[in-house]
Write a protein that binds this ligand. Sequence first.
Ligand code: FAD
Length: 504
Amino acid sequence: MHHPAPLEIVIAGGGTAGWMAAATFARFLGNTAKITLVESDAIGTIGVGEATIPQIHNLLIGLGIDQRDFLRRTNASFKLGIEFVNWLRPGESYIHSFGQVGRGVGLIPFRQLWLRGRALGVAGDYGDYSANVAAARRGSFAIGDGGGNLPDLAYAYHLDATLFAQMLRAYAEERGVRRVEGTIEGVKRDQDNGDIIALRLDGGRSVTGTFFIDCTGFRSLLLGAALDVPFEDWTRWLPCDTALAVPCENSGPPRPYTQSIAHQAGWQWRIPLQHRTGNGHVFCSAFTSVDQASATLLGNLEGKPLADPRPIRFTTGRRQTPWAHNCVALGLAAGFMEPLESTSIHLVQSGIGRLLNLLSGDLTDMTASRDTFNRLSDIEWRRIRDFLVLHYVANDRVGEPFWDHCRSMALPDTLQEKLAVFRETGAFMREEDELFLDDSWAQVMLGQGVAPRAHSPLADNVDARELGPFLDTVAKACRLKAEALPPHAAFIAHMIGEQRMQSA
Ligand code: FAD
C-alpha cells in the first residue's frame, strides 16, 4: 500500500515573503503540515516594500487579522491610488486610483461616454469621475460611511515592511511554526529524482522537509542557486537597475495615496506612513550615477532624512519556472519588477494562494500541478510587466536621454496590441485573469497621453443634450462623497483609537 510522505514544509528566508507564507500555511495547513522557517538575523531582510494594492484585504481577512490591530502594529496609512507626477512631461500629473471610474449606462462603458463628451466639449478630466481621485485630492478618507450614491472607496495600505513581517511572524509562531535561526549554506538533494530533502545550515546542522519554499530574496538560494532554474532578464523593457531608499520625517499629515515622481533617469516614490515617510529613487545606472541619483532623492524629500540613502541593485525579470522539483519560490527569490504599481507583495500573496490550491496531500507526483502553477504565474507576471512598461514607453519627455530611450524600446507584442486597440477604440479587453482591470489601464493610458482616435458608436445611443448633464452628475457625486469624508489623518487616529473623527 502507498503511504504518502507527510507534508513537512520548510520555508527558507524570513522577509515579507517568508513570513507571509508561514502565516498563511499555519492558518490553512496547520492541522496537517509541520512548518519550519529558517532565517538569518545576520543577513537580514530587504526592509522595503511598503505600498500595497487592494488585494491585500484578502490576505488580512483570510488570516482573520483585525484591521485596527493591523493599523496599530504596522503604522499603516490608507492608500487610494498612486499619483504619477511628471511622467508624461514635467508639470503634468494624474492619479491611477483604485476602484471604478464613472458609471456606465446599460451596456455602454463609461469611458465611451466620456470620450464622446470630450469630443463635444462637455467632459472634464477623466479623474473627475473617480471618487477615489476626489478624496485623494482633498486628503480625505473613511471606510463604510456610505456617503454619496457611489460604492465605498476602494483602498489598500501603506505599511512599515519590518513591522509587517514582525506581525506575521508572531501570528505564525503562535500557530505552531518553528523558527530556526541560522545561515543556509546549501541543500541536500535526492540522488534519484533531484528533489530537495534538506537545507544544510551553518554548524553542520540541517533541516529536513518534503516541500520547500524559497523566500531567500535576491539570492534565490534554492530555486536559482541549487536547482539552477534560469533567470529571464527583462531589462530591455524595464531598464532601471538600482534603487536608493531613505525614510524621512513626516512634514504634514500623510497623504492617502502614494506618489511616484519621474526624474531625469528614473522615478521617486513617497510612501506616507503614520510615523514617517518612505522614499526611494529607482533609476537606470546607464543614465545617471549613484551620487547624482542620491542628490536628486535627498533634494526631493519633504522632511528631514532619518538615515543615509541605501542603494539596492536589482535586475528586472523572473525565474523561468517558480516551481521546480519540490520547491516553489516566492518574493524576490522568484523575480523582481520595480515597485511602480506596488505589485510584489501581491505576487507573493497570489503565489501562496495558487500553491494552496494546487498542493496535494500526496506529493509523489506533482507534475500537472507544477506545470499549471508555472504557466499561470508566467501569464500573471507578463501582464503586470506590460502594465509597468506602459508607464515608461508612453512619455513625452523629449530630449532627455533616458526617456528618449524608453520611448524607442521595442515592446512586448502583448503590450503593442493593447496600445493599438486603445488607440483605435479606447477599449481594453481583459485577458487571462490579469491583475489590472480596464479602469487601471485606461487611467494610465490617458494619463500618459495615449489618445483614442474616436469613441465607440455605442456612446451615440445617448442623446448628445443629455451627455453633459449626465457627466456633471457623476462628477458631482464623486466630489460630494469626498467632501463628506474626514481628513485621512483624523480617520487613522479614529481607527487606532487616538481621537474621534471630525468632518474635513
Ligand atoms: P527579503 O526581504 O530579502 O528576505 C530574504 C530572507 O532570506 C531574509 O530573512 C534573509 O535573512 C533570508 N536569507 C537570505 N539568505 C539566507 C541564508 N543564506 N541563510 C538564511 N537566511 C537567508 N513590494 C511591494 O509590494 N510594494 C512596494 O512598495 C515595494 N517596494 C520595493 C522597493 C524596492 C527598492 C525593492 C527592492 C522591493 C520593493 N518591493 C515592494 C518588493 C518587496 O520588498 C518584496 O517583495 C518583499 O519584501 C519580499 O521580500 P523577500 O521576503 O522576498 O526578500
